[in-house]
Design a protein around this ligand. Structure first.
Ligand code: FAD
Length: 415
């Protein structure tokens, strides 16, 4: 939508083909319905949230970044607020407001919007795109009688998203279209995705949310990475902000068949000596309480039976009877609660898609295909993906803006 707005603003005759019954279905559910639009982190830090492919976005960000996006939204009447961690949301707290504003702005700029219109095939003559063919069902069910089977255009922007949450319309069509133009598709994988764990621990802890814990990822006995914050136990395993972030490092490792173990530090603020002093104090002050009762001061209720199982300390043992080696076992578990990761959830539950159109075949200054003239890419269809925090939407907005600018300034009809 931002690409279309930009291209129309520069005078190009612009058409959006949207295969769903309305545009922006995914946008509406972002940020739990509140739409985390972007992040105010400085560019140097922002880029690090994308991993190695972040470099590709540098030029797009240098032209249209956080400040430009916020100003663009405010011009359309969408006020924004900055929240914890630099995350930017619409002040109304409604993702719907953003979608509505984009649709309104596109219409005001004279963009034609055809919903129920699935782009099926790129029309390419020589090394130049000349239009798009719709799927047969589209021009039968499209919203307007004017929907045709073939649209000729001098520029086509593929902004079809990834393959995550396919019910929102992103079902990976863009990869097929790009491939037909000769583009390489880096294999797609679910990213920012919940993880599955071995055994019944997660089921026993289902619904438990832990704040201020550190999760460390161990691969074949070596620590790979860690994150601190909030996590959640589900019926199949782990979810919540830090798990989704860490999943970006885990999915590829699991796909290589390597063993991944999570180590949860339940007391990250207390290093071993301080934690021991705290335990000694508790056991001394509450020496006449049994272990199970004592744990209430240390852990959420659901974790108590799990702690008892892992440490092997009798729940009925009195505080003053707990030995130094038992205390050490407890300390070790509190700092290093281990869970074997056995898999990850499917695309239907993945916030984003890793992989996609190979960025080496796309000009980072314009988002133009290096293989076919007049063809552009924007958003998640590209092989770029980031952490949660507003980075993914900013990437979609920035690449869309750049592609739209380019098509608009070529002043040719675009799709
Ligand atoms: C639950 C959830 C929450 C999220 N929250 C956030 C967040 O708060 N902040 C953030 O930065 N990111 C968030 N994301 C990620 C973000 O939504 C995506 O990265 C972003 O929407 C990608 O934008 P896009 O325009 O490339 O693709 P999409 O938003 O997927 O849009 C692609 C559009 O193309 C249409 N389309 C597909 N194929 C065709 C075709 N053949 N013909 C015609 N139309 C077609 C689709 O119907 C769709 O409308 C979230 C994702 C999910 C699933």
């Amino acid at each position: 939508m931002i690409a279309a707005i930009q291209s129309a603003e520069l005078g190009a005759d612009t058409l959006i083909l949207e295969k769903m019954d309305r545009p922006g279905r995914k946008l509406r559910i972002t940020g739990k319905g509140r739409c985390n639009l972007t992040n105010v982190a400085p560019l140097s830090e922002f880029i690090t949230h994308f991993g190695p492919n972040g470099r590709f976005l540098r030029q797009a960000f240098s032209r249209f970044f956080t400040a430009e996006l916020i100003a663009f939204l405010e011009k359309m009447g969408v006020q924004t607020v900055v929240e914890r961690g630099g995350r930017v949301f619409p002040a109304s707290g409604e993702a719907q407001e953003v979608t509505d504003a984009l649709v309104r702005r596109a219409r005001d700029q004279g963009v034609t919007l055809h919903t129920g219109s699935k782009a099926e095939r790129l029309l390419i003559e020589g090394k130049r795109v000349v239009g798009v063919q719709l799927s047969p069902s589209s021009f039968r069910t499209g919203e307007s009688n004017s929907v045709r089977q073939i649209y000729r255009a001098a520029s086509v922007i593929i902004a079809t998203g990834g393959v995550s949450y396919p019910a929102t319309g992103s079902t990976g069509d863009g990869y097929r279209l790009a491939k037909s133009a000769g583009h390489t598709i880096v294999p797609v994988r679910p990213a920012l995705v919940p993880l599955e764990t071995a055994g019944d621990i997660a089921t026993r802890l289902q619904g438990l949310s832990l704040r201020n814990v550190t999760a460390r990822v161990w691969v074949s006995g070596k620590k790979q990475t860690e994150a601190m914050g909030e996590m959640l136990f589900t019926d199949f395993g782990l979810s919540g902000p830090i798990i989704l972030s860490l999943s970006r490092h885990v999915v590829d490792t699991l796909r290589l068949g390597r063993k991944v173990v999570f180590s949860i530090d339940l007391k990250p603020a207390l290093e071993d000596r301080k934690l021991d002093a705290r335990l000694l104090r508790d056991l001394d002050e509450k020496g006449k309480q049994n272990f199970r009762t004592l744990l209430k001061g240390l852990l959420p209720g659901k974790l108590i039976p799990v702690c008892i199982d892992y440490t092997g300390i009798s729940p009925d043992k009195m505080g003053h009877q707990i030995t130094a080696s038992e205390r050490k076992r407890l300390r070790t578990w509190l700092k290093d609660f281990r869970l074997d990761i056995t898999g990850y959830r499917p695309f239907t539950e993945a916030i984003i898609t890793a992989g996609g159109v190979d960025t080496q075949e796309v000009d980072p200054r314009t988002m133009a295909s290096r293989l076919v003239k007049g063809l552009y890419f924007a958003g998640e269809v590209l092989d770029v993906e980031a952490d949660t925090g507003g980075y993914n939407l900013q990437a979609a907005f920035s690449t869309g803006w750049v592609a739209g600018q380019q098509c608009g300034s070529a002043s040719s009809p675009g799709i």
